[in-house]
Design a protein around this ligand. Sequence first.
Ligand SMILES: [Fe+2]
Ligand SMILES: [Fe+2]
Length: 480
Amino acid sequence: MNIAAVDYDGLIPNNVALGQDVRVKRALEKWHPGYLNWWNDMGPEGFQESLVYLRTAVSVDPKGWAKFDYVRMPEYRWGVLLAPQMEGRKVNFGTHKGEPAWQEVPGEYRAMLRRLVVIQGDTEPASVEQQRYLGKTAPSLYDMRNLFQVNVEEGRHLWAMVYLLQKYFGTDGREEAEALLQRRSGDPDTPRMLGAFNEKTPDWLSFFMFTYFTDRDGKMQLEALAQSGFDPLSRTCRFMLTEEAHHMFVGETGVTRVVQRTCEAMKEAGITDPNEIEKVRKLGVIDLPTIQKKANLHFSLTLDLFGNEISTNAANAFHAGLKGRYREDRLKDDHQLESGTYPVLRLIGGKIQNEDSPALSALNMRLRDDYVVDCNAGVGRWNKVINEFGIPFEIKLPHVAFHRHIGEFTSIKADVNGNLLSDAEWGKRRGEFLPSESDRDFIESLMKPETEPAKFASWIAPPKVGIDNKPGDFEYVKPA
Ligand SMILES: [Fe+2]
Ligand SMILES: [Fe+2]
């Protein structure tokens, strides 16, 4: 079988020979109507009948896997796609290092592995739910298309995880696959599993920040799972990463375009002080200090997704060979970490300081550190734009102790530089660091839809190039 080609003949496009796997094929076909119901209930509201210019994966060949065409979202071909199997692949870390990679679930790790798949799977539909109303206020058809592309691909990522559950985890897998369709982002009774996926994404700046910061957590988790000794999980995540790259592109360029438009408008109006917030807002653009506050919010919420800095679960998953480090295969050490240490930022005697901890226990901290480095690269590109306009302002990621709800810094309050604050000081200064009610109202007041091809809302610059090299006036979404 040519693994790079995808079989599009059946109900479920796939490159896993589903046609010959009657049990799993039936299980997925049974799950399919529930998925469509979920999509119709919780997917993009008001646009289910629109024609959207979307890419669909038609191959897993890295040199050309996507094809673009107009599709109605409920008719999108969600499929099961795994990156090609690597000949002779081995478990490359943990206590089983050097053994052949597993093609079936090792019995002793079944529960742990299922939990990893379910937690990843739960984030995928959650973000679709969070972004459900944004189509109505899209600043352009180009942006609307990008939103829907991200949404259908998150739907496909759910399919990817559900395939693993149905194929490898029997009855419990089937139950988990059902439960993934039952939970709802932000629902008080049946919320999604992780905090950041129960927050609202009420406006487009939030969407860009979410795709920049939170989809990037997705990237880090997928990179760590792509290292897994359980080969089907590794192959699944490797292909998801190719799609994920576009989501972060949407976030990074989205924020860049917002920053760009703000700087242009300031220049046109002769405003040089970025803190002249009211004057800047009168221009119909988002002032830089508010953009900074949004970044503070989304960065801090996303850091919570990395879990406790010191974690036995993370140590166990690594030891077992199920979840590796970021780009484990490129690291140069023993890949077992039984004796090494890693510096962990902790609260010791009322001070934030590094403490060497056993490397195995510190894996969440390490992945979070890798994440912060990755985040900073794009922030540098935002600042380059501001710099080109000569505006004295720099967007900075807040300290990791700022505004945390999980881990070492849950019990304290800190400012964006990591200085500890009393509860009273925090109460007084919160609005300096995080968007206030009136900041949110202002952003919301800008969220007017722009649905004419080639036009963009006042607060965002057009992109440098179109999707699939389309010209500027291309109609990316045709309303029903
Ligand atoms: Fe995803
Ligand atoms: Fe994503």
